[in-house]
Design a protein around this ligand. Structure first.
Ligand SMILES: Cc1cc2nc3c(=O)[nH]c(=O)nc-3n(C[C@H](O)[C@H](O)[C@H](O)COP(=O)(O)OP(=O)(O)OC[C@H]3O[C@@H](n4cnc5c(N)ncnc54)[C@H](O)[C@@H]3O)c2cc1C
Ligand code: FES
Ligand code: FES
Length: 1328
C-alpha cells in the first residue's frame, strides 16, 4: 500500500504511525526503546550505486517516520494475512507451536521473514542471529527457533555428536515396550507450504526511480515542535551543520531516539544524512580499512568479514576482535539500524566497539565546511576531552582501522548478563605491541567500558609497563597498577562495584593469556605456551542452535480420528498471532472522542502529599483533565488497595493522578508537568530486614508443624543454620497492562476491555470505585499478551483508575502503560528471605527442620497472605522430614505491592529447601542428589499438613531423570573436565518437584460454561476462563469437540466476559483447564442428552442431520446450556479442599504434579558467565489433553524460572526507587540463554479426578528452572575446591554472573580494594 503523508511529524515514530494512523496493529509495542523486538518491521531501500536492494529488520519504535523517505516498509500485514494468503513463515511459526500469547509473534515473523528475503536458505546460525533481538516471555524460544530452522537446507533433525542419529532415538524406541508408545512429533512438516522466494512482492519501482533521480532536492518536514531536514549532498549536510551545529545528525536514531524518549532530550532540528553516498564506502588497503560512517553495524560486520577472509590472519586481529563483539552487540535490528558514525560519536560508556577501535589505533575522518581532518579515536576522544573532540560543525565521514602486524595483538572482551542483546557490565579493548622478535612491550593500550561515566583508558598503567617483558611479574604489576588507576567508587551508579573491579583485572588476565599464546605460536621455543589447564579460559561460550526432543504419550490408535483429545493441536489463535490479526486490547480501533491517559506516580516511598499543582499540565494543548482521588465517586480505598493516592503516598510508583488528553504524546507531556510537593514520613521501610525491625506485617504468621522439632535437634549428628535470599521477579508480559474504558448510558454503565486473568475482580473493583452496581459494569477479555499472575489483581486497580477518568470526562479512555510505568507500578514476584535450621545424621538423613519465611509484600495486601500460605504448605517439596516446622509471614513495606506470579511463592521457597539439602550434602560429603534420594517421599504418605498423597509419579520422574540424563556418568565427565580446566568448571544438578494444583479454598474450584449450538450446526463455547497464551480456549474447543463428537472447526470461542459468564473465578494456579474444562464438558453432555431422542431416531445420521436439517429447534429443544458448575457436585472425588490453620491440617490441594529436572552448566570462573549446556525435564502430565500446549507451558515456565534464578535482577535504590524499568536494565532470557540441548518428557500417570485424567501444567515448570541455579552451585563448588576453599557458601537467587564470579574467589578477587560498608550508601540494595 502506498501511503502519502503530507504532515510527517519528526517526533512521530513508525510504530505509532502504523498503529494509530494506518490502523495496522500487527506491529506491537513492547518497550518503545528498541530492546524487545515486538515492533520489528522490514525496511527496504534501493541503492542507486550498486543497483541492489537492501532489506533489513528495524524496530519501528526507534524509526522516525521522516527518516523513511525513499524507503519501503513491510509490516507483518504485508507478509501475509488470513484474508489473502498466509506466508510460510507465519504458517510454520504457528504450526511449530512458536506462539503462545502471540504478542511477540509478529516481531518474530518479521525477523525471520527479513532474513529469508536476504538468505532464502539460511543456516541455523543465521536463524539464531536473526532472532537475537526478539524477546518472547512465553515459549522459551525453542519452538520459534525450530520454525525458523524448517527453512534451513541443513537437516533440522537432531543429529547429535555428528553420528547422524538422533540422540534420543534409543530411549524413544525402548519405550515402545511400555504400554504407552512415546511420540516425538508435535507437528507435521509435510503440511507446510513450500517457501518460494520468487513470490515475494517486488520493490516499488517508483522508489527506484526516485533514488535514481539526479535532481533530488533537500526536503524539510515541519512538525508541531521540530523540523527534520533531509539533505541530499554532502555539501548540503556540511552547510546545514554549519548553520545548526547543535542539531543531531540522525543516522540510526538508536542513541538519539532513546535519549528523547527516556531522558527528555529535546532537539528542535534534526539533520538526516543517512543515505548520502559519501558516507557509504569501504576502502581496503594493505595498511588498513576505511569504512564510511553511514554503514550500519551489520554492514560493518559484513565489510570486516570480507577483509578477514581476504587478508592474512596476523593483519586482522583488530577486525576479528570487532567481529566478535558485533555478533552480540544488541540484536539484529539495532545492528542494522545503528551506524558506525553514530556509534563512534555517541561514545556511551558501555560501547562495545570503541575500546577495541581505540586499542587498534583507529582514527576518525572528519569533514566540515572548513575542510577535512583526522583525529585519533583514542582514550582522550572516548573520555570526551574537549581537545580531542570533533567540532559541532563537523561530521564523521569515515573511520580508519589499521591492520595489525605479527608483533601486535589486539583483543576485545565483554561481560554482560546475557550473551546477546545486553549492554556490557564491563568490556575492554586491549592491545600490545612488542619489540620485534621479543616479548618486550613497546606499546600497550587498555581501555575499559562500564567502569566510569565514559570509556576510560588506563594510560598511566600502560606507560609504566612499557619495556617490561610479557610475564607473570608484569601481569601482577599490571593488575595492581590498573586497579589503582581505575577507581570505581563504592557507591558508583550501576552497583556491582567489587564485581566490576574484579572484571577489570580478570579481563586483563585473559588478555595476558591470549597474548602469551600468540607469542608461543610465533616462536614456541622462545616463548612458552600457557598451561594446558588454562586454555579453556580463552574459549568463548558458543551460541549454538539448540537441539533436543519433546516426548509424550501417543494417542491410542483406537481413538476416533476426529477426537482431538491427546493430540498436539495448534493454538486456536496461532495463525492470527503470526499474521498480526489477533486483536489485543490496544488494537481495538479508535472510539469516537476517546482520550488517552498518562499516570503521574509518586517519587517518594512514604510521604505526605502537600500539594498537587496541575495548572501547567492543564494549560498544555490537547489536555482535557487531570484526575485525582477527589474524583473517585465511590471507594478510593477498597479491600486494602488504593486507586489514587490520597493525602499520603506509600510507595514510589503509586498513582497520584492521571492526565487525560487527546493524544498519548499530549497526555505524557502534561503528566511530566504535574508538580507534587511531598513531606517524607518515617519510617520508610524498603527491605524485609527493615520490616522485621519495625514489626511491619500484612497479616499474621502461618505455621505448619509435625513431630517434635526441638526434641529432634537434641539427637542429631549435626546441625546447620543458614539464610537464603530470593529476589523478586518482573512478570514482563509482552503486552503491558492496557485498558479501554467506555462510559455508556449517561455514565451509568461502564464497559471495559482489558487483558486480565480475572474479569470478576475488575468488575467488582470498578463497581466499588464508581459506586454503581456490578450489573452495569461489563468486562470483556479476548486475550492477553501474557500474564503470568501479573494480570490477576492489578487490572482491577488500573481498571478502576481508568474507569474513574472515563466517568469524570464522560469520554472513552484508553490507558496503555508504558513498559517503564508497568514495571514500576505493578510490581511482581515476592522477594523472600528464608532462615533455616536443619538437624541431620552423618549419613544424610534429615531428622529435623525449622524454617522461617518472610516475603516482601509491598505496601498493600494484594495476595501476599495467600502467597505465604502457599509457601508454608508447599515448602517441604519432595522430602519427608519427620520433625518439621515451617512458618511464614508477609512483610509490609513501602514498595509497590507484590502480587501473584507463576508458582505463587513455591519457586522462591523451594530454593531454600534445595539449598539446605545441598548444605547437608556438603557436610556429609555426599552428592546433593544422594541426600535428595535419601530424604525423598517413597510411599503413600502424609504431607506435613496431613494430606495423603502417593509419590509414585515423583519417584518415576526422579528415576527416569537420573537414568535418561545419564546423570552419574555426566557428573563424572564433568569432574574430569574440571580437573583439566582451571578457569572453566562444569556442574550438574537434579531437582525433584512435588507441586500442588488448586487452592485450599473450595470456592476457587468452580467454573461456568455457556455452550450454544446454532442452527447451522456451529457451536459457540464460552466459559469464565481467560486466554492468556496458555491455550485454554484451544483445550476447551478440544473438550467440546470430543463431547459433542464434532470437528473442532465447528466450534468457536470468542471472548470471556462478565456479561456471558458472571462471577467467574480467576484463571490462575494451573486450574484453568481443570475447572473450565469440566464446566464445558458438562454443558456439552447436557446438550447431547437433550439431542438424544433425535439421535436415536436417526442413529446413522451426522451432526448436521441432527442439528441443521432436523427441526430440533422447532421441537423446542434448547440448544444452549449455561452451566454454573461446582466441581464438588459434579466430580465423584471432587475438588473440595480445606485448610484449618489453627490445627495446621487440611486437604489443601486437589492433587499434585511431580517432576524432576537435570541441568548441566559450564561457568567461566574469571567472568562469572555461565552457559546452560543441557536440560532434561521429566514432568508428570498424567494424560496430556494437548501435548504441544503442555510442553509449551513446561518449556516456557522452565525458561522463565531459569531467568528468575539466574539473570533477572530487579535493582532498587535504598530509597525504594526501582531502577530496572525496561529490557535494557532488566534482562529476561533471550534466544541465546536457552539450553544447548533440551529434552522434555511428559510422564504418564493417573489423575482420575481431573478432566480426562489430565494435570494442570501451567506453573510447575517454573521451579524446574532452579536446576540451573543448583548446577551453577555445583560448578562454583568445584571452582572453590580447586582453590582450596572448603568453607560452605550460599548462592542466593538470582545467581547472577556477579554472584558466580565473586564466589569463585581467587588471586584476582583477593587483589581488589574492598570498602567498609559503613562508609557509603550503596547505589542499590537487596530487598529480600
Ligand atoms: C536496544 C539497544 C541496544 C544496544 N546495545 C548495545 C550494545 O550492546 N553495545 C553497544 O556498544 N551499543 C549498544 N547500543 C548502542 C548503539 O550501538 C548506538 O546507539 C549506536 O551505535 C548509535 O548509532 P546511530 O547511528 O543509531 O546514532 P544516532 O542515534 O543516529 O546518532 C547518535 C549521535 O551521533 C551523532 N552522529 C551520528 N552520526 C554522525 C556523523 N556521521 N557525524 C557526526 N555526528 C554523528 C549524532 O549527532 C547523535 O548525536 C544499543 C542501542 C539500543 C537502542
Ligand atoms: S517496542 Fe520496539 S523494540 Fe520494543
Ligand atoms: S508468545 Fe512470545 S511473548 Fe507470548
Amino acid at each position: 500500500m502506498q501511503v502519502i503523508e503530507k504532515n510527517a511529524d519528526p517526533e512521530e515514530n513508525l510504530l505509532l504511525y502504523v498503529r494509530k494512523s494506518l490502523y495496522l496493529t500487527g506491529t506491537k509495542y513492547g518497550c518503545g526503546g528498541g530492546g524487545c523486538g515486538a515492533c520489528t518491521v522490514m525496511i527496504s531501500r534501493y541503492n542507486p550505486k550498486t543497483k541492489k536492494i537492501l532489506h533489513y529488520p528495524a524496530t519501528a519504535c526507534l524509526v522516525p517516520i521522516c527518516s523513511l523517505h525513499g524507503a519501503a516498509v513491510t509490516t507483518v500485514e504485508g507478509v501475509g494475512s488470513i484474508k489473502t494468503r498466509i506466508h510460510p513463515v507465519q504458517e510454520r511459526l504457528a504450526k511449530c507451536h512458536g506462539t503462545q500469547c502471540g504478542f511477540c509473534s509478529p516481531g518474530m515473523v518479521m525477523s525471520i521473514y527479513t532474513l529469508l528475503r536476504n538468505h532464502p536458505e539460511p543456516t541455523p546460525d543465521q536463524i539464531m542471529i536473526a532472532l537475537g533481538g526478539n524477546l518472547c516471555r512465553c515459549t522459551g524460544y525453542r519452538p520459534i527457533i525450530e520454525s525458523g530452522k524448517t527453512f534451513c537446507v541443513e537437516s533440522t533433525v537432531c543429529q547429535m555428536k555428528g553420528s547422524g542419529k538422533c540422540c534420543m532415538d534409543q530411549e524413544a524406541s525402548s519405550s515402545v515396550n511400555k504400554p504407552e508408545k512415546i511420540c516425538t512429533k508435535l507437528y507435521n512438516e509435510d503440511e507446510f507450504q513450500p517457501y518460494d522466494p520468487s513470490q515475494e512482492p517486488i520493490f516499488p519501482p517508483e522508489l527506484i526511480r526516485m533514488a535514481e533521480d539526479p535532481n533530488q532536492r533537500r526536503l524539510t518536514f515541519h512538525g508541531e515542535r521540530t523540523t527534520w531536514i533531509l539533505p541530499v549532498t554532502l555539501d548540503d549536510v556540511l552547510e546545514l551543520k554549519a548553520n545548526f551545529p547543535e542539531a543531531p545528525v540522525i543516522m540510526g536514531n538508536t542513541a538519539v531516539g532513546p535519549s528523547i524518549k527516556f531522558k527528555n532530550a529535546f532537539y528542535p532540528i534534526f539533520i538526516s544524512p543517512r543515505w548520502i553516498p559519501e558516507l557509504h564506502f569501504v576502502d581496503t588497503t594493505d595498511n588498513g580499512v576505511t569504512i564510511g560512517a553511514g554503514h550500519s553495524l551489520a554492514q560493518l560486520n559484513d565489510d570486516l568479514l570480507l577483509v578477514v577472509s581476504e587478508q592474512p590472519k596476523e593483519k586482522t586481529k583488530t577486525y576479528r576482535a570487532l567481529l566478535k563483539h558485533l555478533r552480540t552487540l544488541a540484536g539484529a535490528q539495532i545492528r542494522n539500524m545503528a551506524t558506525l558514525g553514530g556509534h563512534v560519536v555517541t561514545r556511551p560508556n558501555y560501547s562495545d566497539l570503541n575500546p577495541i577501535l581505540a586499542a587498534g589505533n583507529a582514527s576518525i575522518n572528519l569533514k566540515s565546511k572548513e575542510g577535512e581532518r583526522q583525529i585519533p579515536l583514542n582514550g582522550s576522544f572516548l573520555e570526551r576531552d574537549p581537545e580531542a573532540n570533533l567540532k559541532p560543525e563537523e561530521i564523521v565521514l569515515s573511520v580508519y582501522i589499521p591492520s595489525t602486524t605479527q608483533w601486535n595483538f589486539v583483543a576485545g572482551f565483554r561481560q554482560a548478563q546475557c550473551q546477546e542483546n545486553d549492554f556490557a557490565i564491563v568490556n575492554a579493548g586491549m592491545s600490545v605491541e612488542f619489540e620485534e622478535g621479543t616479548n618486550t612491550i613497546k606499546d600497550l593500550k587498555m581501555l575499559y567500558g562500564g567502569v566510569a561515566p565514559t570509556v576510560i583508558s588506563a594510560t598511566e598503567s600502560c606507560e609504566q609497563l612499557i619495556g617490561r617483558p610479557w610475564d607473570d611479574h608484569m601481569l601482577s604489576d599490571a593488575c595492581r597498577l590498573v586497579l589503582n588507576e581505575i577507581h570505581i567508587p563504592p557507591d558508583a551508579k550501576g552497583g556491582m562495584v567489587e564485581y566490576r573491579r574484579t572484571l577489570i583485572i580478570s579481563l586483563l588476565f585473559k588478555f595476558y593469556l591470549k597474548v602469551k599464546r600468540g607469542l608461543n605460536k610465533i616462536n614456541p621455543q622462545k616463548f612458552p605456551d600457557i598451561p594446558e589447564e588454562f586454555l579453556s579460559a580463552l574459549k568463548e561460550f558458543p551460541i549454538a542452535t539448540p537441539q533436543g526432543l519433546q516426548m509424550f504419550e501417543c494417542v491410542d490408535p483406537r481413538q476416533p480420528p476426529q477426537d482431538p483429545i491427546g493430540h498436539p493441536v495448534m493454538h486456536q489463535s496461532a495463525i492470527k498471532h503470526a499474521t498480526g490479526e489477533a486483536v489485543y486490547c490496544d488494537d481495538i480501533a479508535p472510539i469516537a472522542r476517546e482520550l488517552f491517559l498518562a499516570p503521574v506516580t509518586s517519587t517518594r516511598a512514604h510521604a505526605k502529599i502537600l500539594l498537587i499543582d496541575t495548572s501547567e499540565a492543564l494549560a498544555l494543548p490537547g489536555v482535557v483533565d487531570v484526575i485525582t482521588a477527589e474524583d473517585v465517586p465511590g471507594d478510593n480505598h477498597y479491600l486494602g488497595e488504593v486507586f489514587y493516592a490520597q493525602n499520603e503516598v506509600i510507595c514510589v510508583g503509586q498513582i497520584v493522578c492521571t492526565v487525560a488528553a487527546d493524544t498519548y504524546a499530549h497526555a505524557r507531556e502534561a503528566a511530566k508537568k504535574v508538580k507534587i510537593a511531598y513531606e517524607d514520613i518515617d519510617p520508610r521501610i524498603i527491605t524485609i530486614e527493615q520490616a522485621l525491625e519495625h514489626n511491619s506485617f500484612l497479616s499474621v504468621e502461618k505455621k505448619i508443624e509435625q513431630g517434635n522439632v526441638e526434641q529432634a535437634f537434641k539427637y542429631v549428628d549435626q546441625i546447620i543454620e543458614g539464610e537464603v535470599h530470593v529476589e523478586g521477579q518482573e512478570h514482563f508480559y509482552m503486552e503491558t497492562q492496557t485498558i479501554l474504558a467506555i462510559p455508556k448510558e449517561g455514565d451509568k454503565e461502564m464497559e471495559l476491555h482489558l487483558g486480565t486473568q480475572h474479569t470478576t475482580h475488575v468488575q467488582e473493583f470498578v463497581a466499588a470505585g464508581l459506586k454503581i452496581p456490578r450489573n452495569r459494569i461489563t468486562c470483556h477479555m479476548k486475550r492477553a499478551g501474557g500474564a503470568f499472575g501479573g494480570k490477576v489483581t492489578k487490572p482491577a486497580v488500573l481498571g478502576t483508575v481508568c474507569a474513574v477518568a472515563a466517568k469524570k470526562t464522560s469520554r472513552p479512555i484508553r490507558f496503555v502503560l508504558e513498559r517503564g510505568d508497568d514495571m514500576l507500578i505493578t510490581a511482581g514476584r515476592h522477594p523472600l528471605l528464608g532462615k533455616y535450621k536443619i538437624g541431620f545424621m552423618n549419613n544424610g538423613v534429615i531428622k529435623a527442620a525449622d524454617v522461617e519465611y518472610y516475603v516482601n509484600g509491598g505496601c498493600t495486601p494484594d495476595e501476599s497472605e495467600m502467597v505465604v500460605e502457599f509457601i508454608v504448605l508447599k515448602s517441604e517439596n519432595a522430602y519427608y522430614i519427620p520433625n518439621f516446622r515451617c512458618r511464614g509471614r508477609p512483610c509490609k513495606t513501602n514498595l509497590p505491592s507484590n502480587t501473584a506470579f507463576r508458582g505463587f511463592g513455591f519457586p522462591q521457597a523451594t530454593v531454600v529447601v534445595e539449598t539446605y539439602i545441598a548444605a547437608v550434602a556438603a557436610q556429609c560429603n555426599l552428592l546433593p542428589e544422594e541426600v535428595k534420594e535419601i530424604n525423598m517421599y517413597k510411599r503413600i504418605s502424609k504431607t506435613a499438613h496431613k494430606e495423603t498423597f502417593d509419590p509414585e509419579p515423583l519417584r518415576r520422574c526422579w528415576k527416569d531423570c537420573l537414568e535418561k540424563s545419564s546423570f552419574y556418568a555426566r557428573k563424572q565427565a564433568a569432574e574430569e573436565f574440571n580437573k583439566k580446566n582451571s578457569w572453566k568448571k562444569r556442574g550438574l544438578a537434579v531437582v525433584p518437584m512435588k507441586f500442588t494444583i488448586g487452592l485450599p479454598v473450595t470456592y476457587y474450584h468452580q467454573a461456568a460454561a455457556l455452550v450454544h449450538i446454532y442452527l447451522d450446526g456451529s457451536v459457540l463455547v464460552i466459559h469464565g476462563g481467560c486466554e492468556l497464551g496458555q491455550g485454554l480456549y484451544t483445550k476447551m474447543i478440544q473438550v467440546a469437540s470430543r463431547e459433542l463428537n464434532i470437528p473442532q472447526s465447528y466450534i468457536y470461542t470468542s471472548e470471556t466476559s462478565t456479561e456471558t459468564v458472571p462471577n467467574a473465578v480467576f484463571t490462575a494456579g494451573s486450574m484453568g483447564t481443570d475447572i473450565n474444562g469440566k464446566a464445558v464438558q458438562n454443558a456439552c453432555q447436557i446438550l447431547m442428552a437433550r439431542l438424544q431422542h433425535i439421535i436415536r431416531k436417526n442413529p446413522e445420521g451426522k451432526w448436521e442431520d441432527w442439528v441443521i436439517y432436523c427441526p430440533c429447534f422447532w421441537q423446542s429443544i434448547a440448544l444452549t446450556t449455561h452451566l454454573f458448575f461446582y466441581l464438588l457436585i459434579f466430580l465423584l472425588r471432587g475438588y473440595q479442599t480445606n485448610m484449618d490453620w489453627e490445627k495446621g491440617e487440611g486437604h489443601a490441594f486437589p492433587y499434585y504434579v511431580y517432576g524432576a529436572t537435570c541441568s548441566e552448566v559450564e561457568i567461566d570462573c574469571l567472568t562469572g558467565a555461565h552457559k546452560l549446556r543441557r536440560t532434561d525435564i521429566f514432568m508428570d502430565a498424567a494424560f496430556s489433553i494437548n501435548p504441544a500446549l503442555d510442553i509449551g507451558q513446561v518449556e516456557g515456565a522452565f525458561i522463565q524460572g531459569m531467568g528468575l534464578y539466574t539473570i533477572e535482577e530487579l535493582k532498587y535504590s535504598p530509597e525504594g526507587v526501582l531502577y530496572s524499568r525496561g529490557p535494557d536494565d532488566y534482562k529476561i532470557p533471550t534466544v541465546t540463554e536457552i539450553p544447548e540441548e533440551i529434552y522434555v518428557t511428559l510422564v504418564r500417570s493417573r489423575n482420575p479426578i481431573a478432566i480426562y485424567s489430565s494435570k494442570g501444567l501451567g506453573e510447575a515448570g517454573m521451579f524446574m528452572g532452579s536446576s540451573v541455579l543448583f548446577a551453577i552451585n555445583d560448578a562454583v563448588s568445584a571452582a572453590r575446591k580447586a582453590k582450596g576453599l572448603t568453607s560452605t557458601f550460599t548462592l542466593n537467587s538470582p545467581v547472577t554472573h556477579e554472584a558466580i564470579r565473586m564466589n569463585c574467589a581467587d588471586q584476582f578477587t583477593d587483589m581488589i580494594p574492598r570498602d567498609d560498608p559503613s562508609t557509603f550508601v550503596p547505589w542499590s540494595i537487596r530487598v529480600s
